[in-house]
Design a protein around this ligand. Structure first.
Ligand SMILES: [Zn+2]
Length: 356
């Protein structure tokens, strides 16, 4: 994913939108992030070609901000959800232990089998294709697990499982970026399976999607990023699935021990608010939305097609995000508690969506 502008309290930190590559991240941070500007978010969109997608997507989401949010419901008597955070953390450890997992490499294939092994008996669908990229052709494989519900409609939860091709030779293992998202979805599958009874869940169908090719193969752009998600959005538009999606939520970088989920303004305001309300019910609201700004992630192709979407991401990983896309993205930076905070909040959000 890539961020353009993140606002912290009353201060807006304007981030250069077209930083050249990951290796210049630190230099870029020094140049750009050291310039806190107290200008409004809306005044930062005219930053040239690189921001066009985000600017339009961001302004789209801002325009929908005028739509009144549905009234908040009184808390119901259902027990609050609780994931097995130890198990989710262990999944993260095992996924990370495969090493670099860029599209098509051996470790990636091993991880595909690992995910499928954990979905035995579930309804699983493949969305596989070949991506033609600036670095050549890559096999891309989204893995979809479907948990049917009694209500008409789908809640989709996405999380990417690939790691960066450009970082393949630096010992990059993506514990948080790639690992945590893969793991939390595996734990969601355990929770949704309902003890293997095979019974439809009491609510909407929930589809879990392990997306592939989220990362750029060279440099983030509209055409070099989000390979799996763009393909799936197009496919679901054609086959009519998109119309059935009530809400789509992306999990990304949610394992940071110092958890601060950003309010990603590329997204649907009422859904962002609902996630916050779910966090409030669990007493976790202090971990949500201290910062806000537009971040491009797997939800973007769906936002563009009008699907109610939200990206649950903490893009402040280490001081000034220094661990992001570096060899320092390792297990010691993560915490089971963070997986629990996000996991419980999203399960509660699903419950609240079911009640609507
Ligand atoms: Zn990444």
């Amino acid at each position: 994913m890539i961020e353009k502008t993140i606002k912290r309290n009353a201060t807006t930190i304007k981030v250069c939108p077209t930083f050249p590559c990951v290796s210049l991240w630190l230099l870029w941070l020094k140049i750009c992030v050291a310039l806190p500007l107290t200008i409004a978010l809306s005044s930062t969109v005219a930053c040239g070609k690189g921001t066009a997608t985000t600017a339009s997507a961001a302004s789209k989401s801002e325009s929908t901000a005028k739509t009144p949010a549905p009234p908040a419901r009184a808390p119901d008597s259902a027990p609050l959800p609780h994931i097995d955070s130890k198990r989710a953390f262990q999944y993260t450890r095992e996924v990370t232990a495969f090493g670099p997992r860029y599209m098509g490499n051996e470790n990636h294939k091993k991880l595909e089998h690992y995910i499928l092994d954990h979905l035995k008996g579930d309804q699983v669908e493949d969305d596989a294709f070949t991506a033609d990229t600036v670095e050549g052709k890559f096999p891309v494989r989204n893995i979809i697990a479907k948990f049917p519900g009694t209500k008409d409609g789908i809640i989709a939860i996405l999380g990417h499982y690939d790691t960066n091709y450009p970082l393949r030779n630096i010992g990059y293992v993506g514990a948080n970026d790639g690992g945590s998202s893969t793991a939390i979805l595996l734990e969601f599958a355990n929770q949704l399976r309902g003890g293997g009874s095979g019974k439809a869940r009491d609510g909407y169908s929930v589809w879990l999607v392990w997306t592939d090719g989220e990362e750029a193969v060279r440099k983030w752009s509209d055409t070099d990023s989000l390979y799996g998600a763009r393909h799936l959005a197009e496919k679901w538009e054609k086959d009519g699935t998109l119309k059935k999606i009530k809400a789509l939520m992306v999990m990304d970088m949610i394992g940071d021990a110092d958890l601060d989920i950003d309010r990603n303004t590329i997204g649907t305001p009422w859904l962002l608010d609902l996630i916050y309300a779910a966090a409030e019910r669990l007493g976790y609201q202090s971990h949500f939305y201290a910062r806000e700004g537009p971040i491009e992630d797997d939800h973007l192709p769906f936002v563009k097609r009008g699907v109610p979407s939200a990206d649950v991401i903490d893009l402040d990983y280490g001081y000034n995000n220094v661990f992001h896309h570096t060899a320092q993205d390792t297990m010691d930076k993560l915490s089971p508690k963070s997986l629990e905070i996000v996991g419980d909040t999203i399960l509660e959000t699903i419950h609240m969506l079911d009640q609507r």
